[in-house]
Design a protein around this ligand. Structure first.
Ligand SMILES: Nc1ncnc2c1ncn2[C@@H]1O[C@H](COP(=O)(O)OP(=O)(O)OP(=O)(O)O)[C@@H](O)[C@H]1O
Length: 247
């Protein structure tokens, strides 16, 4: 589904080149919920921005479905962003002047794809995320949890291959974090959505199928949840992070 091979990315600051991604390789399968963790500065956001087509990598390959991103021109990349990727941001970015349903439909409106099928999809997503009763309300009239579920539904409207989430629980208390994670789990279980989430939050990551830990621009370790119970998996993640700081 999503494959990253030997990805390199540097930033130029004045005359100095800082190599941030130093050969990242990973893959995410359809229907997987994967987190990327790592210390501040390890390259998580840079990786996400390369996969999002916001910044070009220096070398290496990113393949989304059957398309290799480096081969695409600007227009094709914009189409990938609109139609093949869904985004969930830390502050959710709902538009205040649009209702819940209109917010969910927005990516479809932007890609010129609104019709009966898309409207039915919006209603299906409202059902899946339990927001049908509030679909005609405006963001100012709904709770934080409802806003989060609206943002996840919006990310799914165009049937994206992958949802990219950047610190989606970053500003939230643990109850609201749990609500966001539950939405991702519902998206995976009910709609076979694939989710790739950057997070600092070991609690949020402990609900994932797999956690990739970056250190200093490379994949340092990958932990599979498998049949491990959530809190034991969170302990494993915290142990790994402690190991990393000792090495
Ligand atoms: N546009 C840029 N120009 C120059 N340096 C940058 C730029 N963006 C990021 N960096 C640097 O690249 C390194 C990696 O940044 P990145 O944001 O990818 O890390 P991160 O793992 O997401 O960190 P955090 O957890 O703090 O968000 C950092 O040292 C950062 O200062």
């Amino acid at each position: 589904m999503l494959t990253v091979k030997d990805l390199h990315k540097s930033y130029q600051v004045g005359k100095t080149t800082y190599e941030v991604l130093k050969g990242v390789s990973l893959s995410v399968e359809t229907g997987e919920f994967v987190a990327v963790m790592g210390p501040s500065g390890s390259g998580k956001t840079t990786l996400l921005n390369c996969i999002s087509c916001y910044i070009p990598a220096d070398s290496g390959q990113i393949t989304l479905g059957t398309e290799e991103l480096a081969r695409l021109d600007e227009d094709a990349l914009a189409a990938v962003r609109n139609r093949k990727l869904g985004f969930v941001f830390q502050d959710f970015l709902l538009l205040d002047g649009l209702t819940v349903r209109e917010n969910i439909l927005l990516p479809a409106i932007i890609s010129g794809a609104v019709g009966h099928l898309t409207e039915a999809r919006a209603d299906q997503l409202c059902d899946v995320f339990g927001i049908s009763a509030i679909r005609n309300k405006y963001p100012a009239e709904i709770s934080g949890g409802e806003k989060q579920r609206t943002a996840v539904a919006r990310a799914l409207i165009n049937h994206p291959l992958v949802i990219l989430a950047d610190e989606p629980t970053g500003n939230l208390d643990s109850k609201s974090s749990r609500a966001v994670i539950r939405s991702f789990q519902q998206a995976r279980d009910a709609l076979e959505a694939t989710i790739f989430m950057v997070t600092h939050d070991s609690y949020a990551a402990s609900f994932c199928d797999r956690v990739i830990i970056l250190r200093d621009g490379v994949v340092w370790r990958t932990l599979e949840k498998g049949a491990t119970d959530r809190s034991a998996f969170q302990d494993q993640l915290l142990d790994a992070i402690r190991d990393m700081s000792r090495e």
